[in-house]
Design a protein around this ligand. Structure first.
Ligand SMILES: [Zn+2]
Length: 264
């Protein structure tokens, strides 16, 4: 495999991993493709993404699909395969046992139980390993997981709708359209891929937004099932929270939301 092909296949793996962003609990949504040459063509013989809720991991799913074709193949994995025994054996060992010849990864897992150990296990087994293939792209999609592991705080995306001259509307004009259908679709996708949505009290009282993802494709793929707006209130909230029934705590954010609630 040449470097350019490795990058293209890693890009495909990163795109595939996006399917379960925000659906895997405290685990990251990792993607895996198993690729081998068949009749001179690189062919995907197995693909996996971390399952909803976080288990099973992507690698065993892809390996089961590949079966015997995994022997001698290359595995593209967006995050370093795990090295610790949990409910299942370490994914690094599963890749070794399946006879994988090369492992290309996007980013090293900062989890203290892994942190390079997965890559070391693979190398010790004689597997060709390369880390950091399209590293920045892989890292960008893992932002929520990496921020929590490395900084112990949530990964926050700020969304603003402003005109090119920095305004949000025109005085006395009521609601005016600043964005278009494309931007609205992108915002709905952002809602689908985040665990919680924080809005200001002014937006809550004036706009009363639903904050749900209503993209037709999200409805088809089931993404919308997991989108639950979380009403939270900033420290300067002046009204009684009961008016807006703050509720719906999602597991990955439970601690953070509880600490916010305790300040209300
Ligand atoms: Zn694993």
């Amino acid at each position: 495999m040449n470097k350019e092909l490795d990058k293209r296949l890693m890009a495909a793996t990163i795109r595939y991993a996006r399917r379960h962003i925000a659906l895997t609990g405290t685990n990251p949504s990792v993607g895996t493709l198993i690729v081998r040459f068949i009749n001179g063509c690189p062919t995907i013989v197995g693909h996996g993404v971390t399952a909803r809720g976080g288990r099973p991991h992507a690698e065993p799913v892809a390996l089961v699909q590949a079966g015997d074709l995994a022997r001698g193949a290359t595995a593209y994995v967006t995050l370093e395969p795990c090295a610790h025994h949990g409910a299942t054996p370490p994914c690094a060992q599963t890749l070794i046992d399946a006879g994988i010849k090369r492992v290309m990864t996007g980013w090293v897992d900062p989890d203290s139980r892994v942190d390079g150990r997965g890559l070391a296990m693979l190398r010790e087994a004689g597997i060709e390993v390369e880390a950091g293939i399209l590293g920045k792209k892989a890292r960008a999609d893992l932002g929520g997981y990496l921020n929590r592991k490395q900084k112990n705080r949530p990964y926050v995306t700020v969304k603003l709708a402003v005109s090119v001259d920095g305004h949000i509307g025109q005085e006395g004009m009521g609601q005016i359209a600043i964005t278009g259908p494309l931007a609205r679709s992108q915002v709905h996708m952002m809602r689908a891929t985040h665990d919680a949505i924080l809005i200001g009290s002014g937006t809550a009282t004036e706009d009363d937004p639903e904050l749900t993802c209503r993209l037709p494709t999200a409805l088809l793929t089931g993404l919308c099932w997991t989108v639950r707006p979380v009403w939270m209130f900033p420290a300067n909230w002046r009204r009684t929270p009961e008016q807006y029934r703050p509720q719906l705590l999602l597991a990955p954010m439970r601690h953070w939301i509880r600490s916010l609630n305790s300040r209300m």
